[in-house]
Write a protein that binds this ligand. Structure first.
Ligand code: SAM
Length: 326
């Protein structure tokens, strides 16, 4: 198939035929590009444009509103870190909530923890779930775990209805706050705002933990500053910023004509805990490398280990200065 006119206009334009470039107000002046072998799916849900293509070097790629959400080659880095940083930092996590994460990759990682009894997920867009099951079976495999319960709806509304103190851990695997379209903000906008963090903290038990996608220190220090400041007001246990490498983040894809190739390749996470039993995120108390009972159908961990867990909290000086000052 070829990119429809509608998609093409949404993703700005294309100068290099056959390449997808991420162009966004989120990272002005730069764009990461991947060579497209084949477009596999194009659709428009009630919330966003959904695109799946076969790339020549990163396997299949999922794109929402022009922003790469995952590639088969590097999804392990993101999914394993956003999940095991919180879950390995507390003993015996039992009830876990995932907000967003419709692709199922975070569910796959949560399911590795044998202490977990209940895994709720609230994803706003059913098309993401369906597309992942069709094109990314190794990611969507997370849905096969019997502990998983899928709720289709807005994560903000879902959380408001959760009784106080319900979850041991909440993982917010959202898209970016600003979608590619210049004229509207994406469905994830609210997931970065203070009232949302407040609802998260109420839904957690004392000493419960949250992990949320928190952008890149190379591009978004101004957003990170605000997120850290908000979190410090709300999470009275601890507030930390961690980061990892994901070659295709951040990221935006278009079939473009002006190609400014740049890979940032770095994504961050906020790791916070509520008041209660103290949580020292830098020293994991629940190491998963020791999990002796992984299901046979599951691939072993590819990225996460205890050393990389601790290292993720070491920040470059310029970022440390800003984050410590908030
Ligand atoms: N790891 C990816 C990244 O950072 O690019 C994110 C993957 S995941 C596919 C993000 C999901 O969050 C999307 O499927 C999107 O539909 C969902 N989402 C965005 N806003 C949401 C909201 N308000 N409530 C629930 N899910 C939401």
């Amino acid at each position: 198939g070829s990119i429809s006119m509608e998609t093409e206009s949404n993703y700005i334009s294309s100068v290099i035929p056959g390449w997808f470039s991420e162009i966004s107000p989120m990272w002005p002046g730069e764009a990461h590009s991947l060579k497209v072998e084949k477009i596999l799916f194009e659709g428009k849900s009630d919330f966003q444009n959904v695109l799946v293509f076969q790339s020549s070097t990163y396997g299949k790629v999922l794109v929402l509103d022009g922003v790469i959400q995952l590639t088969e080659r590097d999804e392990c880095a993101y999914q394993e870190m956003i999940t095991h940083l919180p879950l390995c930092s507390i003993p015996n996590p039992k009830k876990v909530l995932v907000i967003g994460g419709g692709d199922g990759g975070v569910l796959r990682e949560v399911a590795r923890h044998s202490s977990v009894e209940q895994i709720d997920i609230c994803e706003i867009d059913k098309m993401v779930v369906d597309v992942s099951k069709q094109f990314f079976p190794e990611v969507a495999v997370g849905y096969e775990d019997p502990r998983v319960k899928l709720h289709i709806g807005d994560g903000v509304a879902f959380l408001k209805a959760v009784p106080a103190g319900t979850y041991d851990a909440i993982i917010v695997d959202s898209s970016d706050p600003i979608a590619l379209c210049l004229f509207h903000s994406g469905p994830a906008q609210e997931l970065f705002e203070k009232p949302f963090f407040d609802t998260v903290s109420k839904a957690l038990r004392p000493g419960g933990v949250v992990s949320t996608q928190a952008e890149s220190i190379w591009l978004h220090m101004h957003i990170i500053e605000d997120i850290v400041a908000n979190c410090r007001q709300i999470f009275k246990g601890s507030v930390n910023y961690a980061w990892t490498t994901v070659p295709t983040y951040p990221r935006h894809i278009l079939l473009i004509f002006l190609l400014l190739l740049s890979v940032v390749g770095v994504i961050g996470f906020m790791l916070c805990s509520t008041e209660g039993p103290s949580v020292d995120f830098k020293h994991p108390v629940n190491p998963i490398d020791a999990d002796k009972n992984p299901s046979k159908s599951r691939e072993p961990l590819k990225f996460y280990n205890s050393e990389i867990h601790t290292a993720a909290f070491c920040l470059p000086t310029f970022a440390k200065k800003v984050i410590d000052s908030k």
